[in-house]
Structures are given as structure tokens and as C-alpha cells.
Ligand binder design. Structure first.
Ligand SMILES: [Zn+2]
Length: 82
């Protein structure tokens, strides 16, 4: 696991704040989809699997997690899927 416990706490706080914001404004399908991705990321944090790619199991790039904290996939798998 490359994400430190301290970073994980910060990421979780950020996700919860964004979730609350989206939940109060959510009107579009994409907002609801974003909430779903955030919930999945929060579940991974609680299970201790956050930061591991859901497809290949490898570590998700730290920079990528900083930009897209709710992403379930590493860059390679994301590009491979598109
Ligand atoms: Zn992957």
C-alpha cells in the first residue's frame, strides 16, 4: 500500500465533503454516478484496499489518486479499457 494512513484520512475527508456537496446538488445522472464512485472508494478505504486497482490489483499512481481520488483503476487499466 502506497497511500499513507495520514493521506488516507485526508482523502476520506475530501471524498466525504464532495459526496455531501453532490448529494445536496445532485440532479444529473453523472452526479449520481459520481456519488456511486465516491461510495465505492469510501468502502475501499474502510476495507483497506484503497489505492489498489480493481482490475489488475496493482497500485494506483499517487498523482492519479490526488487528481481523481475516487478512481478504482490504475492508469494502465483505464487506458486499456477506453
Ligand atoms: Zn490496473
Amino acid at each position: 500500500m502506497m497511500v499513507t494512513q495520514r493521506n488516507l484520512g485526508r482523502i476520506e475527508t475530501g471524498l466525504l465533503e464532495r459526496r455531501a456537496f453532490l448529494a445536496s446538488h445532485a440532479a444529473s445522472d453523472s452526479d449520481r454516478a459520481a456519488i456511486g464512485r465516491i461510495d465505492a472508494a469510501l468502502t475501499r478505504i474502510r476495507r483497506g484496499t484503497y489505492g489498489c486497482c480493481a482490475q489488475c490489483g496493482g497500485p494506483i499512481e499517487e498523482l492519479r489518486l490526488r487528481k481523481l481520488p475516487e478512481t478504482p483503476l490504475c492508469l494502465t487499466c483505464t487506458l486499456g479499457r477506453s
